[in-house]
Write a protein of this length. Sequence first.
Length: 339
Amino acid sequence: MRLENEELVHDFLTTEAHYNFPKMHLISYFADQITRYGSLPQYSTEICEASHKALQDAYRLSKHINAIPHIIRTYTRAHSFAMRERNIQQWLSELHHIPREIRDVVHPTCPSIHLPRDVGGNFTRSKLQGRMYNKTIHNIQTLQTVYELPDLETLTGSRLRRNQLEPHISSEQLDSDFARLMDAPIKAFNTLQVAVPTFNDVGYNLHRMRCTGPNLFRKQDRRHDWVFVRRRKANAATKVAGGLYGMIPAKLNALFKLRDIDANKTYLLAHISLLSVIGSPTPDGPEGMVRVGIPMKNHVVRIGDIEGLAHLISINPDNWYLVNNRIDVHTWNEIIDGN
């Protein structure tokens, strides 16, 4: 019996075995194609493999019993929503403004959708997301300890004192208000979403800037993104292509919301480490870009002063960088990957 089974297996493997399927057939052309054209990304099978993901995800959502009908329904529903989102995205790109009666319906929620510039007066340009649920954070002192930022309380106090400075308030009242704010309830966040004008100035892209504090981002490393911070008002008359235009790159260290219950006010603030401009704030040197680097100086700023993600090209790691604000990051990555 054992010998018969082995013979059957051998016959099957020898008579039915072949390599007549696309992945193996393409290999026969590789040698000639490489000598003519170099590397062969056009033969990559990753696109075909990636098409399995939607079905695999649908299977994981099923009860794994008679799963085929559930997979079909889940995949169809996800595909329908994706097509509707694409249609809305195309529609928005063709509109000069969003009609008021449908503005709430088509307001985008994903970063790939562009917002038209005429979005109404009640449009919120900056938004905190991803609240950090940490039972040890309840005021500015505890946030300073958890995030390991020894100057957070001092810088926040200086920022709040400048905001509270009014002629009719006595110094005693100001000190009392300051002490109350230092013990006011606080919430920390890991994401700041900002609507950033597109390079062709016809709409907005949504940038999401991450700041994970003591936590790991996707179980790997802590994440503190580079961002552009507005330090002075922009002057269109002095705008130079590739210049900083009143902004300086900084590292995002903390995002938090401070609530003054007595005054019924909320302060949306960020702790940043501001880089120093090396040389001129307008492009110079062979690269045609502005250079920034250490030393860095810490500040606490309004989240409204943060104007989007900064793309820094490391020339001397941990020392100085080139600021890429001539080309958007998506196009930059396409060029780099293409080369």
